[in-house]
Design a protein around this ligand. Sequence first.
Ligand SMILES: Cc1ncc(C[n+]2csc(CCOP(=O)(O)OP(=O)(O)O)c2C)c(N)n1
Ligand SMILES: [Mg+2]
Length: 407
Amino acid sequence: MTVESTAARGTTRSSGKRTAAKTPAKKAPAKRKAAQPTAPAAPAQPELVQLLTPEGERVEHPDYAIDLSPDELRGLYRDMVLTRRFDAEATSLQRQGELGLWASLLGQEAAQIGSGRALRDDDYVFPTYREHGVAWCRGVDPANLLGMFRGVNNGGWDPNSNNFHLYTIVIGSQTLHATGYAMGVSKDGADSAVVAYFGDGASSQGDVAEAFTFAAVYNAPVVFFCQNNQWAISEPTEKQSRVPIYQRAAGYGFPGVRVDGNDVLAVLAVTRAALEHARSGQGPMLVEAFTYRMGAHTTSDDPTRYRTDGERAAWEAKDPIQRLRAYLEAEGLADEAFFAGLEEESEELGRGVREKIRTMPDPDTMAIFENAYADGHALIDEERAQFAEYLASFADDPADSAAERGN
Ligand SMILES: Cc1ncc(C[n+]2csc(CCOP(=O)(O)OP(=O)(O)O)c2C)c(N)n1
Ligand SMILES: [Mg+2]
C-alpha cells in the first residue's frame, strides 16, 4: 500500500457544527475531508532495491551489486524451497492437532533466506516468532522450532549454539535486546554484527523507538531488519506509518533502505552491505524488506475477513521462489534433475519433521517451577507444593475405581 492511497482514503468525520435537533434524523451528516495531516505524495515504490524482477529478469542497481556462482544461486533456491516445505508441514501439523499454533512464513522466504545467508557465523540474530527461514540458515534443527508451538518447551534451542536467540512474542522487545547485545559487542571490540528482526506492526512499538535511539547514539553494530509484510494481524501497514518505514531511520540519524523483500538476490546484497556498515564501525542501519504475508497471521487467524483475494493474487505474481526458478531456468543454471532431487529432499524433510514432532517427549509437569529463581523462592515453593497436591488429586482412588467397575 502506498502512502498516497492512505492519504486518499483518510477517515471521514462529520462536519463540526451540528445541531442535532434541527437535522432530520435520516439525513446523512455532511462529510468533509479528514482533518488528519496529509502525507507528502510518494511514488508507489520509492527507491525499492531490486536485482531480480518478478518475471525473473536480472537487473542492476547502482549501489548494490551481487555476483553469485551457479552453486550459490541454486543454494538460495534450495533454502527457500525447503523452508517453504517445512512451513507447510508445520501448518498441517497444527491442523491435525499436533501443534497448538503456527505462524507461517509463506511468501517471506526471500526476505529471510537472503538476509540469513548474508550473516557470518559470529553474527548474532534476535528473531520474532516467524523467522523459520533465518533459523534454517543458522542451522537450528527445524523440528526444534516446533516445541514451543506444541507446548512442550519454552524455546527449544540453545541461543548460543547458533547465535540465534529464542523466538520472541512480545512485539518489538527483541530490538532492545539486540541493541544491548550490539552495544556489548562493540565494547568487546569484536567486529561481528547483530540483526534484529521485526515487523511493520512492531515499528509502532515504543521499544523499537527506544532501540533506534540507543543504537544511534551508541553507534551500535546492529541491523534493524523490518519485514514489512503489509499486515500486523488485521491492521494494514498504512495504519503504522505516514511515511515508508525505511525513512524513519533518517530521524534517528542512521541510514535506511527499502529492498524488494521477494527478491532473494537484492535482500542478500542489501543485508550484506548493512552488516558491513555495522561491522566497520558506522553504526546501525534499517533495512525494510517490502514483502507480503501470503498466509494467515497465525493458524488462529482468518485473513479473508480483512483483505481481498485480489490483493493476495497480486502478490502471488511476485512469488520469491517462482522468480528465482524462472531465472535459473532461463539461464540454464539448473536442470530437471536438480528440481526433481529437491522435490524428493523436501518430502524427506517433511516426513522427518512429522516423525520428530510426534515422538517429542512431554515435559515433566513440575519442571515449570524450575529455573525461575537461581536460589529458590518461598512463593514458588508454595505454588509447587499446591500444584503437586492438585496433581496428586488425580491419582486413582481405589474406592472410585471400584465404583466405576460397578462392584
Ligand atoms: C507487546 C505486544 N502487543 C501485542 C501483541 C499481539 N500481537 C501478536 S502479533 C501482532 C502483530 C505484529 O505484526 P508485525 O509486527 O507486522 O509482525 P507480523 O506478525 O506481521 O510478522 C500483535 C499485535 C504482542 N504479542 N505483544
Ligand atoms: Mg507485519
